[in-house]
Design a protein around this ligand. Structure first.
Ligand code: ATP
Length: 593
């Protein structure tokens, strides 16, 4: 793939002339977003955009307009292990009870009935203190969390199903990008993987170009993403690249988990402006956010404030202060509205005047809890009924549109095409990683060390022969570092023990292990490379020289040949990767990813 070639990308731009006044935006969304409400300026901005999926035509013919995305009474609980009792008898009883799956099972309620809605073209901010359940709600809305979830989330009157997956973009808190690829390469590879095969190569490059411009990534397009050990783009640019990765396929619903965390206020502000632009194109955007500045706070259309898993406010951001003022919660100092809302959600109302009903419990240890309960109850009385009525009043979506949205599209690329793109991407990434100068120095160091261990290896007597395995052992130890983790280290230990160095005569019931152990074959190959069966040793002894093959050290290894081991190791490299692939596929099917 010719990624990273700026000149080619720029040339390609001229191939798709702007279509001023185009009505639909790249229309891949299944929520059928229209752009009637888009400003002419924005239209001009996106004039070179390409229609991604023909399904839009079906959607437009149904007169499909986007509907608000309502979620009602969302609850989520997780099973928790009961606190271990000091009384051992009680502990055993509770353990047995939980194993029998009786009502003794403990559940922790994370979300306790959250309702709300968000319309196309709007940005909803999920706010609340740490641990209040923002990310959990975001995952539920994005269909990423479905077990132990109650309540309804509907997308154009349809519950979540895997067909909707491609219409939802999810930008996670920790960006999942390849450190060795540049910004442009990241987007180009994503475009080639995720955009439909009927789009030409040029159109895909064109789309990447558009995203780069839209997200202001021109300056860093040729810079590597970077990571802990690789210098790369800034935090804001990284976030924008992640967003670009998601909006390549033009999802109607874009979910972001803490997109501004770790950014300075200017970068955070810029990011929000970009999100506003994306929303104006008809997308629905939901984002969790910790503590936005006042300016950023008012850039959100709606706010859902969560405290201990329950909502305390849901409505327009601009009306939030008035709502709390109507409850007689008024800041005594000039305060950032976001800070004010977070203080309320944590029950810390030191600089806030409170309603008279709460004055009596002021100073008590339970005061914060009392404030939170009060706000939660007020929400139930004042806001929840209105929210539910609004949700019910949303006009129903036509049946044709519902069917069009639910049609599960096949993968846009064939298996082979996907393999080719992934292979190129991995090759590029690995190549740069392995040829990084630090890596080269490390590999050179290890090679020298191993070489020294085996250098001028002496095989004049039996005792010397036993020592030669140290080099192999060292290599094995280095290999296992990356494969850290409990199961991995257990398996490696078994492979090491059955590999032939420590134990030559393995018990019969464990003997099969050596046939799946790459260490077993690796060790044999190294021994064969180092020694020859016809080599002589102990020539000074009474009986005269003996062939190395006759040594008890090599009674389980035939020192001649070695091709078999090479083939087996190659087959293993392939088979283990194949197994990993099968496992991943099973996981994807299991979790309907
Ligand atoms: N699978 C789980 N098992 C146990 N507890 C969980 C699980 N998922 C979430 N929680 C708990 O639910 C609560 C809410 O978590 P969540 O990540 O949604 O919070 P948050 O509001 O996004 O926090 P932050 O702002 O710190 O990211 C936390 O107390 C968390 O420990």
């Amino acid at each position: 793939m010719e990624c990273g070639r700026q000149d080619e990308i720029e040339d390609l731009q001229s191939l798709s002339p702007p279509t001023l006044g185009s009505i639909r935006i790249s229309g891949s969304n299944g929520f059928g977003h229209n752009i009637d409400f888009m400003s002419q300026a924005y239209l001009r901005n996106r004039s070179s955009e390409i229609d991604i999926l023909q399904e839009d035509q079906i959607l437009s013919s149904t007169g499909g307009h986007d509907r608000p995305l309502p979620f009602a009474d969302v609850e989520f609980k997780v099973k928790v292990r009961g606190a271990s009792s000091v009384n051992p008898v009680k502990a055993v009883v509770s353990k047995v009870a939980s194993q029998l799956n009786t009502e003794h099972d403990n559940y922790k309620q994370i979300l306790k009935g959250i309702s709300g809605s968000i319309g196309p073209g709007e940005i909803l901010a999920l706010m609340g203190p740490s641990g209040s359940g923002k990310t959990t709600l975001l995952k539920i809305i994005g269909g990423r969390l479905r077990e132990n979830v109650r309540g309804n989330v509907t997308y154009n009157d349809i519950s979540y199903n895997p067909a909707l997956k491609r219409r939802i973009g999810f930008v996670t808190q920790d960006d999942v990008l390849f450190p060795q690829l540049t910004v442009e390469e990241t987007l180009v590879f994503a475009a080639f993987l995720r955009l439909p095969s009927r789009m030409s190569k040029n159109q895909k490059y064109d789309r990447v170009e558009l995203i780069i411009k839209e997200l202001g990534l021109q300056r860093c397009r040729h810079t590597r993403i970077g990571g802990p050990f690789v210098k790369g783009i800034s935090g804001g640019e990284r976030k924008r690249t992640s967003i670009g990765h998601e909006i390549l396929v033009d999802p109607s619903l874009l979910l972001l988990d803490e997109p501004t965390s770790g950014l300075d206020s200017t970068s955070a502000n810029k990011l929000l402006q970009i999100l506003q632009g994306l929303a104006k194109a008809g997308r629905t955007i939901i984002s969790t956010i910790h503590q936005p500045s006042s300016r950023m706070f008012y850039m959100f259309d709606k706010v859902l404030l969560i405290s201990e898993g329950s909502p305390v406010y849901c409505g327009k951001a601009r009306e939030s202060m008035d709502y709390f003022a109507s409850l007689r919660f008024i800041p005594e100092l000039a305060m950032n509205p976001a800070e004010f809302l977070l203080d309320l959600a944590t029950g810390q109302v030191n600089d806030i005047s409170v309603p008279e009903e709460l004055l009596a419990s002021r100073g008590s240890s339970e005061y914060e809890k009392v404030v939170i309960r009060y706000l939660q109850n007020k929400y139930k009385i004042e806001l929840e009924p209105k929210e539910k009525v609004e949700n019910h009043q949303t006009p129903k979506v036509s049946e044709r549109l519902q069917i069009a949205i639910q049609v599960k599209k096949d993968w846009t690329l064939t298996w082979w095409e996907q393999f080719r793109v992934l292979f190129k991407r991995t090759f590029k990434e690995r190549w740069r990683d392995y040829f990084d100068h630090l890596r080269l120095i490390q590999a050179f160091g290890v090679a020298v060390l191993l070489g020294l261990l085996w250098w001028k290896s002496n095989c004049t007597n039996e005792a010397h022969l036993r020592d030669q395995g140290a080099g192999e052992l060292f290599g094995a130890a280095v290999m296992s570092i990356k494969r850290a983790g409990m199961i991995a280290s257990l398996i490696l230990m078994l492979f090491l023990l059955t590999g032939g160095y420590y134990v030559q005569h393995i018990p019969v019931f464990m003997q099969w292990l050596k046939y799946v152990s790459f260490m077993y074959y690796g060790f044999r190959l190294l021994v064969k490379v180092q020694y020859s069966g016809d080599q002589l040793y102990e020539c000074e002894s009474k009986g005269g020289c003996r062939r190395l093959q006759s040594s008890p050290s090599f009674d389980t290894v035939n020192l001649n040949g070695g091709l078999k081991e090479v083939w087996v190791l190659l087959a293993m490299a392939l088979a283990y990767r194949l197994c990993a692939y099968v496992c991943l596929r099973r996981k994807i099917n299991m979790y309907h990813l």
